[in-house]
Design a protein around this ligand. Structure first.
Ligand SMILES: Cc1ncc(COP(=O)(O)O)c(C=O)c1O
Ligand SMILES: N[C@@H](CCOP(=O)(O)O)C(=O)O
Length: 467
């Protein structure tokens, strides 16, 4: 399998290279040259498989010559056996005759990011063993990517991680999950700004030849293809358990950086019978505007009770536009350059029509989010987190064909957002014992101005240059 950049001019890479590279040299994102496709029989054969075996089947076509099947299986066993608090890794919970929750928060840091990050940490370890250069991982987080990446990489040989988070705009649990990890290779940076600024700084580091020439940079955000690849698995795992390939399934996904829902899009392109992907946003609704009217224009980022979705510029939307626009790297490069200059982009008719065949979007405001939290608690006895509540609200209002089952992705444990959950339901969710004495631990992080020069100077002081 070979990977091409959405902007058409970066080198074509294999899976190992793409995992270590992060952002493409032309500023684009890597995608597989073609989507692998499973037949209905191959999907039917996934019935009854464990999570690990499903993961091997789904990911094998993507890893090419970089890993053989046994090596991939060993990595999946290491990532998913024993690291997740539920034997099914991502269990399905039925809410009523039609609605299901796909619980993605049973990993070590209580959010869906663990599913991909546990594997990514192992892939980094395998691919950098024996490499001459020390890896400098740079990332931006609105709360969950940071803690999951730090858990996966803390203490690993040959890699340092620098994680930028918007100061005061993540929940206290999220912040502590990052800042109480005191391993010497972990460096937390709080910036005075929002997630979009943090993400723009990280992309600027990759795009700056001086900085990216000096350090062997890599990414843990969903700009890294390997992150998305690992997230495709749970769409197959859930849909097959609900009767795919004979039965169609819809998914509702709380969306910020468009990574999770793009993984669902890839699953559909691979042959999974996904009848609809519901893109649920909070009031930071650029994706809802883009999908409902073609208007992808950046507004202010407004802090909400679902802070991990307080995002306007959604990295992975570029991957969708590339695929929907006939995979024309030159044309997309021009479209994205205009977007970067003007902060607005109008989707073409073919992009709008292509998106409409699979995606539905919904903007959920704070009252609707709180109502969904309360109703889910009262009617199904389930306490969900604010991000999940947004997707549940969207799932219940979407118009869908027949009696197709609707799976809402439960992306975080409610205890990560205890205050918001308690306000809506009166119930204070407790942190599971596996996160231990989070509130007693010492915190360590640096506060840095959100400028390229300040942040890169700070990283340059601590990182190991290329040899
Ligand atoms: C709990 C939670 N839900 C939803 C999202 C949105 O996911 P994505 O950025 O992949 O769209 C995030 C952040 O990524 C998150 O942390
Ligand atoms: N919501 C994310 C933001 C980063 O998204 P990613 O999927 O691109 O890593 C977070 O919680 O950090």
């Amino acid at each position: 399998m070979r990977y091409v950049s959405t902007r058409g001019s970066a080198p074509v890479l294999d899976f190992e290279q793409v995992t270590l590279t992060g952002l493409a040299a032309d500023g684009g994102l890597y995608v597989p040259e073609a989507w692998p496709r499973f037949s209905a029989d191959q999907i039917a054969d996934m019935a009854g498989l464990s999570y690990v075996e499903t993961a091997v089947r789904v990911m094998l076509p993507f890893v090419g010559d970089s890993l053989d099947e046994d090596a991939l299986r060993r990595l999946c066993e290491q990532a998913y056996q024993g690291r997740f608090a539920h034997g099914a890794v991502t269990p399905l919970v039925q809410l009523d005759h039609r609605h299901w929750l796909l619980e993605l928060f049973h990993g070590p840091t209580l959010a869906f990011k663990d599913v991909a990050m546990q594997l990514l940490g192992l892939l980094f370890e395998r691919f950098i063993t024996g490499a001459k250069d020390h890896l400098t991982v740079v990332g931006a987080t609105s709360g969950d990517t940071g803690s999951a990446a730090i858990d996966a990489l803390a203490g690993r040989e040959g890699v340092d991680i620098f994680m930028l988070h918007p100061r005061g705009r993540v929940s206290e649990v999220q912040r502590r999950q990052m800042t109480t990890v005191l391993a010497p290779n972990v460096h937390n940076i709080a910036i005075d700004g929002n997630f979009d600024q943090a993400q723009a700084l990280v992309k600027a580091m990759f795009n700056d030849p001086g900085f990216s020439g000096k350090f062997a940079l890599s990414a843990v955000n969903s700009i890294n293809w390997a992150r998305l690849m690992a997230q495709i698995v749970y769409y197959f795992y859930a849909a097959v358990r609900l009767g795919a390939p004979e039965r169609e399934v819809a998914f509702s996904v709380p969306t910020g950086n468009f990574g999770d829902v793009f993984a669902g899009y890839v699953a559909a392109r691979m042959g999974l019978p996904v009848v609809r992907l519901i893109v649920a946003t909070n009031i930071n609704d650029i994706l809802h505007r883009a999908l409902s009217s073609g208007d992808y224009s950046v507004g202010e980022v407004t802090p909400t009770a679902a802070p991990s979705m307080d995002i306007q510029v959604s990295s992975n939307f570029e991957r969708l536009l590339f695929d929907l626009g006939g995979r024309d790297g030159g044309a997309l490069s021009a479209q994205m350059k205009a977007f970067e200059a003007d902060r607005r982009l109008q989707l073409s008719n073919s992009q709008c029509e292509g998106a409409a065949t699979l995606f539905t979007s919904c903007r959920v405001d704070p009252d609707e989010m709180a109502l969904a939290l309360r109703r889910t608690h009262e009617s199904a006895g389930q306490v969900v987190d604010p991000h999940t509540a947004i997707a549940l609200s969207a799932a219940r209002s979407a118009e869908l064909p027949g009696d197709v089952p609707v799976v809402t992705l439960a992306t975080a444990h409610p205890a990560k957002f205890g205050d918001a959950v308690e306000r809506a339901t009166g119930v204070r969710p407790t942190l599971p014992p596996r996160v231990g004495d989070l509130f007693e631990r010492e915190e360590r992080y640096d506060v840095i101005h959100a400028t390229f020069d300040d942040v890169t100077a700070h990283i340059a002081e601590l990182a190991t240059p290329r040899s």
